[in-house]
Design a protein around this ligand. Structure first.
Ligand code: 5GP
Ligand code: ZN
Length: 142
């Protein structure tokens, strides 16, 4: 994908501060970090969305994310917690259309936060939750 910045990073045509890479995934520093230590983990083959990602590659990618998260508190001065975040689709906030998992340190009082507006305060009835759970379960052929 010539017009994909992350593919260009994988190919070495754009600079990146690489943590590690293997035959399936690559981890490098985000150029606009939420906090110091913000890592992006991507499949090395171009995949735009979760629906296109092989399950095995997804498992591999998450394993790498867990390993990075495990060492982050030792690697940066302010790391009291970790967020992992994946934006799948424009409506979910995806800006680079090569799938990536954000892993970044959090500390009390940092300036990052998800905005939960008051209109999201609805607490559904149990049967409503059960219905959606059943719909998802059936869609998964379980
Ligand atoms: P998204 O909003 O798609 O989940 O996140 C895209 C992320 O990619 C952003 O956090 C942004 O800072 C990062 N990013 C955009 N362009 C580049 C780049 O050229 N190099 C690196 N290392 N990160 C980038
Ligand atoms: Zn790409």
């Amino acid at each position: 994908m010539d017009d994909c910045i992350f593919c260009r990073i994988v190919e070495g045509k754009l600079p990146a501060s690489v943590v590690c890479r293997d035959d399936l995934c690559m981890a490098f520093m985000d150029i606009h970090p939420v906090n110091a230590g913000h890592v992006l983990i991507i499949p090395t083959d171009h995949v735009a969305f979760l629906a296109d990602l092989e399950e095995d590659t997804g498992a591999h990618l998450f394993r790498l994310a867990q390993r990075i998260a495990a060492v982050l508190p030792k690697c940066v001065s302010q790391c009291e917690g970790i967020n992992m975040f994946l934006a799948d689709g424009e409506a979910a906030g995806q800006e680079v259309f090569h799938l990536h998992l954000h892993v970044f340190p959090r500390y009390r009082g940092d300036q990052f936060g998800f905005l939960w507006s008051s209109s999201i305060s609805h607490i559904p009835e149990r049967n409503e939750l059960d219905n959606v759970a059943g719909t998802i379960r059936r869609a998964m052929d379980l």
